[in-house]
Design a protein around this ligand. Structure first.
Ligand SMILES: Cc1cc2nc3c(=O)[nH]c(=O)nc-3n(C[C@H](O)[C@H](O)[C@H](O)COP(=O)(O)O)c2cc1C
Length: 183
């Protein structure tokens, strides 16, 4: 595919099935991430790969996070929270490790990590896989960060769900005229 075709045809499927990107594909996806624009070449990105057989451990983290935030949650609601991670066979957590008091503003360091996530999504699509960018309240929970081996002040930018598209996502709307102005 041309780069433009890859961008134009990318979409987030509601569910991702096997096969997941294998080790070679994941390596290409991670290399695409690290090719993102990065002011000051600070390499602010950190990746935590959660393979299929570790999803249950990740589900436990999300369930525990919800229980801490909303202790009144029923067992049913907690179980539903845990089940979410089984919607994809591979998940990569992408975090920004930001240097404070640096001449590159913090927001630019985080933006570089967001660009890395988008590169990963496009690389996955180009390789025949699909991805969905997720966050949610657990992404901001210091205990979740700790359990993932991150630092408390790292900023989780994405839980990137990866796999093979199950079902066709809805067609994308063309950009509205009023979103683009000319000076
Ligand atoms: C920073 C960020 C966080 C997101 N978090 C979620 C999320 O937690 N849950 C969700 O359903 N979609 C989330 N999305 C949006 C989806 O990944 C997706 O882009 C959106 O549903 C639009 O679909 P499309 O990618 O097919 O255009 C997030 C997007 C971004 C950029």
């Amino acid at each position: 595919m041309t780069a433009l075709k890859t961008i134009e045809t990318r979409a987030s499927p509601p569910r991702l099935d096997l096969p997941a990107p294998d080790a070679g594909a994941l390596d290409l996806i991670l290399r695409a991430a690290m090719a993102a624009p990065d002011h000051g070449r600070m390499r602010p990105w950190r990746f935590v790969v959660i393979e299929e057989n570790r999803r249950a451990a990740f589900a436990d983290m999300l369930t525990a996070s919800l229980r801490r935030r909303k202790p009144e949650s029923s067992d049913e609601v907690l179980a539903a929270e845990g089940r979410k991670v089984f919607r994809a066979p591979l998940i990569v957590t992408i975090a920004a490790r930001v240097l404070r008091e640096h001449k590159v503003p913090e927001i630019e360091q985080v933006l570089a990590v967001a660009a890395a996530v988008q590169n990963m999504i496009l690389a996955a699509h180009e390789l025949g896989f699909a991805a969905m960018w997720k966050t949610g309240p657990a992404a901001y929970d210091p205990e979740v960060k700790r359990a993932l081996g991150l630092q408390a002040d790292d900023q989780i930018v994405a839980f990137l769900y990866l796999g093979t598209a199950a079902g066709m996502p809805a067609p994308r709307q063309q950009p509205g005229e009023n979103l683009v102005t000319r000076l």
